[in-house]
Structures are given as structure tokens and as C-alpha cells.
Ligand binder design. Sequence first.
Ligand SMILES: [Zn+2]
Ligand SMILES: [Zn+2]
Length: 255
Amino acid sequence: MEVVIVGAHQTESAGRRATTFLVDGRLAIDAGNLAAALTLEEQRSLDAVLLTHYHYDHIRDFPSVAFSRWGYATLSVYCLPAVRDALRSSFFNGVLWPKLEEVPSRDVPALRFCDVAPYRSVDVAGYRVTPAPANHSAPAVGFLVERAGRSVFYTSDTHGGVAGLWEEVQPDLLLVEVTFPNRLDSVAVDAKHLTPARLGVELEAYRAIHGRLPQVAAIHRNAEYEEEIVAELAALGDRLGAPIDAPEDGRRYVL
Ligand SMILES: [Zn+2]
Ligand SMILES: [Zn+2]
């Protein structure tokens, strides 16, 4: 399984892309900066998009990528009903963007929503996809993606502290959000994000259950504080005896 970190940041700026991942070039997880990462042909051959939640930094390119399926095979998007409803009313409403669930025909539309629910696994193009609850300021799920004995879990935006989560997931690669440095803990609390210190609590809970840590990559870093976050992640890795990656955009993991 190949996982590409298309965007490892909370927002886009020159040289930095917003949160987006690609699994084997077939599944996209979130779509903050998905369009520029794929040729038109690659957009049209995507098997599905998994959306964790409706915040703009995670869906920004989704209307554009869905539009590219007009006249081609339907693009399936897996998300919570609340995310589906928000996208229908805010983007695919015939005002900001076409109603892509109805064109070019209702039989073969450009876009099709597939509802997901926490801990209900679904088969997506041969991948076992299991949504998992996230503790965020909007309805959100993380996704465990498994195939041929290899797996990646992406937490979604989360403040952590989800009861029972670490019993349920044991991935080869853990993509976890770390948005703010430790000194902005109160901001992280308000916005329901993680800091390196709070990530440390999550990883200790994981290790207490499984006896080891997976490969960990901290993403969704706020560019304003990136140097601080990366330094604090390095210190956390030293304390835990396990390095924590702060991957650059475009980094490939082969699992
Ligand atoms: Zn969010
Ligand atoms: Zn976000």
C-alpha cells in the first residue's frame, strides 16, 4: 500500500498544501488540495473520495474534482450524512456549482454520496474502510483503510480523548493531526485540535493497549507555527523513544 501525503498542512500557501492523502492513487482521503495533485485523467480514474468532515480545508477541491467526472464514471464519496447535507446545500446546489448528483443524467451522475457511520466497515474498491469517531467542532470521522494486511489510519481533525478508539485501530501508519504548538493549548481546546503534548497523551494511551507504537506522521500543521510544532514533535519523539514524522507535502509511505 502506498500512501502519499499530498498536503500536510491546515491551509494552503505558496509551497504548502492543505490536508489531502492518496492511497495507491485510487482513494483520496480529504480533498483540501486534491485537484492540482492529479491530472484530469487521474481525477477521472479515482475510485472514491473519503471525506472526514465538511470544514473547508478538507473539502476545498472536492467540487472541482467531482466536476471532472461529468460525462465519465460516477465519483463515489463516502462521508457522514451531515457532511453530505452540508455539501449538497452549500456547493452542489445549482447556485455555487451544478447539482452533480443529477447531471449529466440521474442514471450516471458525476457524483454519488455514500453514507458512513462509526465502526461500520464498508468495502470501497477492494479496500476495507472503517470510519471511527473523532472529537471535533463539527461532525467528523477518521478512516482506517486496510488492504492485503496493510493499513493506514487517519484521525481526521480531532481533540483526542475518544473513548475506546485505540482499542479498535492498530494501523501500520497513523496519520494524526497536530495543529497548534503546546503554548496555544487553550486555542487547541477551543477549536478541538491537538498539540504535541496532547498527541503524547494519545500515543501513551495507544502504547498502553498495544505495547508498541505504529509509524506516526503528524499532519494538519498550522503553517504559522510550523517550526515550533516540528521542534516539539521531535522532543516528544525523544521522550517516547519513537520518532514522529512531520512529513513534507508529497512524502510517500510504502506500507
Ligand atoms: Zn476541522
Ligand atoms: Zn482542518
